[in-house]
Design a protein. Structure first.
Length: 220
C-alpha cells in the first residue's frame, strides 16, 4: 500500500535560501537580539524546548518567500537541530509551530515595522510583536512598543516593562553595559519586574564574591 505524505513534497530548510540578502542597517540590530539570546541561554540553560533566531528567515508557506525578523522566539520546538543548527526556520519542519514573539529593531530608515510587518506577523499568528526604536523616536511612537495579538489584531500593551504570561517572561528597556557599550538595552524580566542578569554581570558578581572571600580566581 502506497503511503503518501504531502510533507515529503515540500522543500527542506537545506533547499531554501537562508537569507534575503538584505543587510542590517546598523550594529544595534545585531547586538540587541544577541543580548536577549545570551540572557535566555543563561536563565533557560536547562530547557531544550525553545529557539531564538536572529536575522533568520521564517518560512510559513512553500510558495511565499521568508519573513526575516531581527529576532524571534519559538516555544515547544527543539533548541538544537543537527550538528550545524538551523539554516532557517521552516514551519512545516517545526510541527507548524509559529514563533510566539517577533522583534524588530527600527533602523535609521523605517522598513514597515509599524505597517506591513505588523500585518505579516499577525497573519502568521505570532502572539507578541515587539518594536524597539533604539536611536530615535518616530512621532507619536514610544521607544518600546509591545503588541499582543487579540482576535487577529495587535493591541498595544501599556507600560515600559511588559509581562508576557504565555512566555513566562517580561521584556523592557533600561540602561546597562553589554560588550563594553553602555547605553539603553532590551532585557528580560521576571513577573515581579526584576531584571535578569546578563552573563557578563553574572561573571562579575562571581568574581566579586570570590574576592570578598579572599580567593584568587586565577588559582581556580
Amino acid at each position: 500500500m502506497f503511503n503518501y505524505n504531502p510533507l515529503d513534497c515540500l522543500p527542506s530548510s537545506a533547499e531554501l535560501p537562508d537569507s534575503d540578502n538584505t543587510p542590517v542597517d546598523n550594529e544595534l540590530q545585531i547586538l540587541i537580539p544577541n543580548l536577549l539570546l545570551a540572557i535566555l541561554a543563561s536563565i533557560w540553560q536547562n530547557r531544550d524546548d525553545w529557539f531564538f533566531g536572529i536575522n533568520m528567515g521564517v518560512y510559513h508557506t512553500p510558495s511565499i518567500g521568508a519573513i526575516v525578523p531581527d529576532g524571534f522566539l519559538s516555544l515547544g520546538v527543539e533548541r538544537f537541530v543537527g550538528e550545524n543548527g538551523r539554516s532557517s526556520y521552516v514551519l512545516w519542519e517545526e510541527e507548524s509551530i509559529a514563533p510566539i514573539l517577533a522583534l524588530e529593531v527600527v533602523s535609521q530608515s523605517y522598513n514597515g515595522e509599524y505597517e506591513q510587518k505588523k500585518i505579516d506577523y499577525a497573519e502568521l499568528g505570532i502572539l507578541y510583536y515587539v518594536i524597539y526604536a533604539p536611536t530615535r523616536l518616530r512621532r507619536k511612537r514610544q521607544r518600546l512598543e509591545v503588541y499582543r495579538l487579540v482576535e487577529g489584531k495587535y493591541i498595544l500593551q501599556p507600560g515600559d516593562k511588559i509581562w508576557m504570561p504565555e512566555i513566562g517572561l517580561g521584556i523592557g528597556r533600561e540602561q546597562g553595559t553589554y560588550q563594553g557599550k553602555t547605553r539603553e538595552w532590551l532585557y528580560w524580566y521576571d513577573e515581579h519586574g526584576n531584571r535578569y542578569s546578563t552573563p557578563e554581570e553574572q561573571l562579575q558578581n562571581l568574581l566579586a564574591r570570590l574576592q570578598q572571600q579572599g580567593i584568587d580566581p586565577n588559582t581556580l
